[in-house]
Design a protein around this ligand. Structure first.
Ligand SMILES: [Zn+2]
Length: 247
């Protein structure tokens, strides 16, 4: 028996082939070695907003918190063959920003992906943006590397500073994987939801809910599935090729 994962993105080759040999699941990377899928890395998916915090209210009654939960559930399905996926919320709950990354830190997850949609007073803005953390002052912020002595624990809001390079790699890999689905750009920003993530972390705005076409796409199960598969392909690609070794 064999199965292939993520083979359906137009123009992309499968990023991972999982083959069952004699009852043992082996996942082969480029070097043919046992790779990440055998270890089932943990991916934490964070559907933005929830509860009273509805996020962007878009075209045709679209509400960001609901669309992002639907996308997160699709992403969970798309990643399930190779990863253990945990959601920061699986219902309509309001969760603190700090709690979202605290879950990922607690689980010693390999990747954190927060899902959001863009919003504008205008109908014109469209496309996706992948945010990675960048400190408020300068490229990596004044605290980058500042308090990471062996003995001292870094402060919570500085944890992401230990993962700036790997988060940027994750963002770049996702940029490639989303290329066939949405116009996507990369932005470094001091986002509070990423600051406390002690792991590679990104926030993806998966299109504008205020853009009529993108709002319609984010409510279309087929389009949502394609988007989830593209994100899953990027995450799998990162875990296979670019993620730092976990100890
Ligand atoms: Zn949002």
């Amino acid at each position: 028996m064999s199965c292939q994962y993520v083979g359906t993105i137009p123009g992309r080759i499968p990023v991972l082939a999982v083959v069952l040999f004699g009852g043992v699941i082996l996942a082969f990377g480029a070097a043919g070695r046992l790779s990440f899928a055998a270890q089932r890395p943990v991916v934490v998916v964070d559907p933005g907003h929830g509860g009273d915090d509805v996020g962007v209210r878009g075209s045709q009654g679209a509400v960001e918190k609901d669309r992002m939960l639907a996308l997160a559930l699709e992403l969970q399905k798309a990643l399930a063959p190779t990863c253990r996926v945990e959601l920061t919320r699986s219902g309509d709950e309001q969760i603190d920003l700090a709690q979202r990354t605290a879950l990922a830190n607690h689980l010693e997850a390999s990747v954190f992906v927060s899902l959001h949609a863009g919003g504008s007073f205008l109908h014109g803005p469209r496309g996706a943006t992948i945010f990675f953390f960048r400190g408020a002052q300068g490229a990596d912020g004044p605290a980058a590397g500042a308090d990471f002595g062996q003995e001292e624990q870094p402060r919570w809001e500085h944890l992401q500073n230990r993962h700036l390079a790997s988060s940027r790699s994750l963002a770049k890999v996702l940029l490639d994987s989303l290329a066939g689905v949405l116009d996507t750009s990369l932005v470094g920003a001091p986002l509070a939801v990423l600051a406390g993530a002690d792991l590679p972390a990104v926030l993806i705005e998966v299109g504008y809910l205020t853009h009529p076409f993108e709002a319609e796409q984010l409510g279309n199960p087929e389009a949502l599935r394609a988007l989830a598969r593209a994100i899953a392909a990027g995450v799998a690609d990162f875990l296979e090729n670019a993620a730092p070794e976990k100890h």
